[in-house]
Design a protein around this ligand. Structure first.
Ligand SMILES: Cc1ncc(COP(=O)(O)O)c(C=O)c1O
Length: 347
C-alpha cells in the first residue's frame, strides 16, 4: 500500500479539502441556517431547496450491499467519466506523468489525458484485438500512473483475457483501471471480486448501460480506501444532485428488472450475430461480450450514410486502429433490430 500512496500527486496528498456546511454537522437538527439556502423553498412542487448529501451515504450503502464491498471502497461520480477525470486529477502530475492506453479503446481516456496534461503512451491491441503485455511494459516507466484496460472493450466488444489482466496487475508500476462499463453483458465475473488482492486495482462501473440510466449520470469507481478517499477529497462537494441520488436509490432496489432486460438484449445480440453475417454487405461480425457489435462491412462510410437516411444511427469506427470499414452497432429493441436488418437487406 505504501507504493500506492507514493503514486498520489504530492499537492493532492497535502490538500485540505473544501468543507461544506453539511459536512461539518453530523448530529440531528430541524433548523438549518448554515448553508445560505432558501428556507422558503423553490417554485417546483417537489422540494429541492437543500443541498444534497455530499458523501452520498445511502447510495453508497446500497451499492456496498449489492456489490459486497465496503462503503469506503466506493466513489460515485456524475457518470464514470467523472471517475476517469478524478483519477487523472489525483494521480497525474501535469507535464511529468503519463497514462498508458491500448487503442482502439474508449475515446474519453485520451481526451481526459490531454485535458490534464498527461503524456499518452500507447500499446496498441494486435490486429485480432488481443493485448500485448510486453508492449505495455515497454512503454511504461516510473511516471506511468494509470493503465486503462477497457473490458469488455469499446469499440471491439471483447473482454481482455484474465491472464493478461493479472499480469498487468502484477507488473504495471501505477494503478490498473479496469473499465467494466459493459461488464453486466459479459460472461466473466467482475474484477471487483479481486479488489482485496491488488492494492493497485481500480474498477469502473456505471448505471448508464445495463442499468439503463444513462440520463441520470451515475458511475462508480471501486478501489481500496486510500485511493477512494483521494477521489472523494477532490470531487465537487455536491457532484451528484438530489434527484439523481433519489432515483438511483430506487433503481438499485430493482436488480431483477435489470437482469431481465439484460437477458433480452443478450438474446437480441445473438440474433444479430446470427443474421448480420447472412447479408451481402457484411464481411465479419466480431464476437462481443457487450451490448453492441463491431461489424466489418464492405463500405463503412456509404453504409453509415445510407442508414442515416433511413433514420438509423450507428457509430462509424472506420478511422479507429484495426477497425477499417467497421461500424459499431448497439443492440436495440427487437423491433429496432428488425428495422436495422431490413434496411441493410434493402441495401
Ligand atoms: C467504456 C466506457 N466507459 C465509460 C463510459 C461512460 O459512462 P458514463 O455514462 O458512466 O459516464 C462509456 C460510455 O460510452 C464507455 O463506453
Amino acid at each position: 500500500m505504501n507504493n500506492i500512496k507514493k503514486l498520489l500527486r504530492p499537492g493532492i496528498a497535502a490538500l485540505k479539502p473544501y468543507s461544506s456546511a453539511r459536512d461539518e454537522f453530523t448530529g440531528s437538527a430541524s433548523v438549518f441556517l448554515d448553508a445560505n439556502e432558501n428556507s422558503l423553498g423553490g417554485p417546483l412542487e417537489e422540494d429541492f431547496s437543500r443541498y444534497p448529501d455530499p458523501l452520498q451515504m445511502p447510495l453508497r450503502q446500497a451499492l456496498a450491499a449489492l456489490k459486497s464491498v465496503e462503503t469506503d471502497q466506493i466513489f460515485i461520480g456524475n457518470g464514470s467519466d467523472e471517475a476517469i477525470d478524478m483519477l487523472m486529477r489525483a494521480f497525474v502530475e501535469p507535464g511529468r506523468d503519463n497514462v498508458v492506453l491500448l487503442p482502439p479503446t474508449y475515446g474519453m481516456y485520451a481526451v481526459q489525458a490531454n485535458i490534464h496534461g498527461a503524456e499518452i503512451r500507447r500499446a496498441p491491441l494486435r490486429p485480432d484485438f488481443s493485448p500485448d503485455a510486453d508492449a505495455v511494459m515497454a512503454v511504461s516507466d516510473e511516471h506511468s500512473k494509470l493503465l486503462f484496460l477497457c473490458s469488455p472493450n469499446n469499440p471491439t466488444g471483447q473482454c481482455l483475457p484474465d491472464d493478461f489482466v493479472l499480469d498487468m496487475l502484477q507488473r504495471f508500476p501505477g494503478l490498473v483501471v479496469i473499465d467494466e462499463a459493459y461488464g453486466d453483458f459479459a460472461a466473466r465475473p467482475s474484477w471487483l471480486q479481486r479488489l482485496a488482492e491488488f492494492p493497485n486495482l481500480v474498477v469502473l462501473q456505471t448505471l448508464s448501460k445495463a442499468w439503463g440510466l444513462a440520463g441520470l449520470r451515475v458511475g462508480m469507481a471501486y478501489s481500496n480506501a486510500f485511493v477512494i478517499s483521494a477521489l472523494n477529497k477532490i470531487k465537487y462537494p455536491y457532484n451528484l444532485n438530489a434527484m439523481t441520488i433519489r432515483l438511483a436509490l430506487q433503481a438499485l432496489q430493482q436488480p431483477e428488472s435489470v437482469r431481465e432486460k439484460v437477458q433480452v438484449l443478450l438474446s437480441e445480440r445473438q440474433r444479430l450475430e446470427r443474421e448480420l453475417p447472412l447479408l451481402p454487405c457484411v464481411e465479419k461480425v466480431f464476437p462481443s461480450d457487450a451490448n453492441f457489435l463491431l461489424v466489418r462491412v464492405t463500405d463503412a462510410n456509404n453504409i453509415y450514410h445510407f442508414l442515416c437516411e433511413q433514420g438509423i444511427i450507428v457509430r462509424n469506427r472506420d478511422k479507429e486502429l484495426h477497425c477499417n470499414n467497421c461500424l459499431r452497432i448497439t443492440v436495440g429493441t427487437p423491433e429496432e433490430n428488425t428495422r436495422l436488418l431490413t434496411s441493410l437487406c434493402e441495401l
